[in-house]
Design a protein around this ligand. Structure first.
Ligand code: TXA
Ligand code: MG
Length: 348
């Protein structure tokens, strides 16, 4: 594990980034911070590296990886063409938490795209990540740096927990800024479509493109259709204990959760509750955590995965969480929370 501060990339840090880049040029893997979550990186143009990534994560190999770049010229080199919409979105949001799907050319191996003719590309807004991409030769394939199925790591210690001994290096750049994975937009058909909600919201995309559609399967839990982003079909973000999301008026939610927590504890179970800053003190359980402040939902995005991981650390058996509005970034928060709970929602 190597520690680098994003705000202070000095000569020593540059040396470490070069060393990490060399590891990837030689086919090895390095976990590193981005502004969204930690990534598990390998050379995106080397099929053997991509195979290693799937193996280290225990991830099904039909679930494609995101290729991380540091500049626009490098995008042109790996796609058939850069759509107009991609140019506009890149100008507005890159570097940043937006991934765009385009038609790939022969430079990108099918091992990286899970057999698809399209490739997901993102330019992360983190100086450590950007320095590393350059040091590695321009293209880093990186899924989130967690064991497949577990919550994505937002601090380095959870990369260590999942990947130590399986990869060559972990770069600790502190807790990430955003905390949820990038928004994914498909630009390969006539109408741009959101395949995964994230910090860049539908409204922000509409402001640039004039229009956007959303893959219904990711907002409708009863849909039996296959999601267009293969990764969205897998069980995901799941903590070890059972998690239920409770919806209703604040008063009813608190009363219900406290009653259920008491019952579970009477059965000898360890109970955790995910509240918010304003409700945290109103709950009783073994562990009560605030996931953030409802008046600023980015605080909730920032803490969600970390809180889920902390409940794992504490071996909690049963968890209850408050629910959040699906506006703006709330759509991404609820998308992740619903998956973490296996769509176990209690409506009061
Ligand atoms: O914020 C992020 O995007 C983080 C950081 C590390 O950059 N990465 C990340 O990667 O979340 P991962 O592998 O956990 O999620 C990638 C998602 C999966 O759901 C995958 O199915 C989808 O992107 N995806 C990748 N390539 C695709 C393609 N060609 N077509 C459709 N979906 C694709
Ligand atoms: Mg992931």
């Amino acid at each position: 594990v190597v520690v680098i501060e994003e705000s202070n990339i000095d000569e020593e840090a540059k040396k470490q980034l070069k060393r990490a880049g060399d590891i990837m040029k030689n086919g090895g893997l390095v976990a590193f911070p981005t502004e969204t979550v930690y990534g598990l990186g390998g050379n995106a143009l080397n099929p053997e590296s991509s195979k290693k990534i799937y193996a280290a994560k225990g991830r099904p190999s039909d679930n494609p990886l995101i290729v991380h770049v540091s500049n626009m010229d490098d995008v042109e080199k790996i796609v058939k063409e850069v759509p107009e919409a991609a140019k506009k979105l890149a100008a507005a949001f890159w570097p940043g938490p937006l991934t765009m799907i385009m038609n790939k050319n022969d430079k990108v191996p099918y091992e990286t795209t899970g057999g698809l003719d399209t490739v997901a590309i993102r330019m992360p807004n983190n100086k450590i990540a950007l320095g590393l991409i350059d040091a590695a030769g321009g293209y880093i394939a990186a899924p989130s740096a967690n064991t497949s199925g577990r919550p994505s790591p937002t601090v380095a210690r959870y990369c260590v927990e999942d990947l130590a001994g399986k990869i060559e290096m972990i770069i600790d750049g502190g807790q990430v800024g955003i905390g949820l994975e990038s928004t994914i937009v498909d630009l390969t058909s006539d109408e741009p479509m959101i395949l995964r909600p994230g910090y860049i919201t539908a409204d922000m995309l509409i402001e640039v493109l004039g229009t956007i559609s959303i893959d219904r399967t990711i907002i409708d839990s009863t849909s039996t259709q296959k999601p267009k982003a293969p990764g969205m079909k897998y069980k995901h973000y799941a903590p070890k204990g059972d998690l239920a999301i409770v919806q209703g008026s604040q008063e009813k939610v608190i009363e219900y959760i406290n009653t259920k927590a008491k019952e579970a504890r009477a059965e000898g179970k360890k109970v955790g509750i995910i509240g918010t800053d304003s409700t945290k003190n109103l709950y009783e359980a073994d562990i009560v955590k605030s996931v953030g402040n409802r008046d600023d939902e980015s605080t909730i995005a920032h803490e969600l995965f970390k809180v889920l991981r902390e409940f794992d650390d504490e071996n909690v058996d049963v968890m209850f969480s408050e629910s959040f509005d699906e506006n703006g970034i709330g759509q991404a928060i609820m998308n992740r929370l619903l998956k973490a709970a296996g769509h176990n929602v209690i409506v009061l």
